[in-house]
Write a protein that binds this ligand. Sequence first.
Ligand SMILES: Nc1ncnc2c1ncn2[C@@H]1O[C@H](COP(=O)(O)OP(=O)(O)OP(=O)(O)O)[C@@H](O)[C@H]1O
Ligand SMILES: [Mg+2]
Length: 239
Amino acid sequence: MSRLSIDRLHVGYGSTGVLTDICIDIEAGEILVVVGPSGCGKSTLLRTLAGLLTPTSGQILVDGRPITGTSGERALVFQDDGLLRWRSVRRNVELPLAIRKVSKAERQTRAEQWISQVGLKGYENHLPRELSGGMRQRVQLARTLAGTPRVVLADEPFGALDAQTRTTMQRLLVDVWQQHPTTVVFVTHDVDEALFLGDRVAVLGKNGRLKTVIESPAARIPDADSKAARTEILGAVAA
Ligand SMILES: Nc1ncnc2c1ncn2[C@@H]1O[C@H](COP(=O)(O)OP(=O)(O)OP(=O)(O)O)[C@@H](O)[C@H]1O
Ligand SMILES: [Mg+2]
């Protein structure tokens, strides 16, 4: 897992600025959740962390080294599961291992371990279309983690799921993260999701500036009372 240091970051598209003067350090093994109004630049921030966008100015250091482009060490996870439709669950999960030229036997063993870890044992040979939305997100999670990324960048991955499946996926993510810690930057619109998952919650303003960073005292404790932090986040988002 890596430490990320975002230093006076400005990012835009052409001459239009989106993110302005973002400074934040993300500790190795931390879950940092990013919230903010639609269009404020959350996805832009994740794409920049992934190395898909180049900052206008400022920089991002990963373990002290500037980002120069994309890397398998920083994995993006989306709302759309991004699975290959013609490949079975097993062959989707094997993908990051195949890219790294891991031998076929080891690929299979490791894919099976991850499939079982996300609760999909028995579905190895199913195609994505034969699974529910929640199950496909489990496959995406297994595939992402099979690549043992040092940073996971998640852009509203559970945004399209029903409330119950979403809660299940949040707990699954925490379970897996506790067993295989990695640095996570997680974007969401849902303040309760932010409080449950995040060690800290960064609030971006409409103007693309970082408004505040709030500690989440009840992080990862199911049904914990985090009323004060909740009120603080809602206040910051609305202000
Ligand atoms: N490829 C692009 N080219 C030009 N402008 C873009 C591009 N992608 C995003 N933008 C603009 O940048 C701003 C930030 O977009 P971004 O997708 O980062 O917001 P967001 O916070 O993720 O929003 P949402 O919550 O709706 O997902 C918006 O004004 C958007 O129109
Ligand atoms: Mg977005």
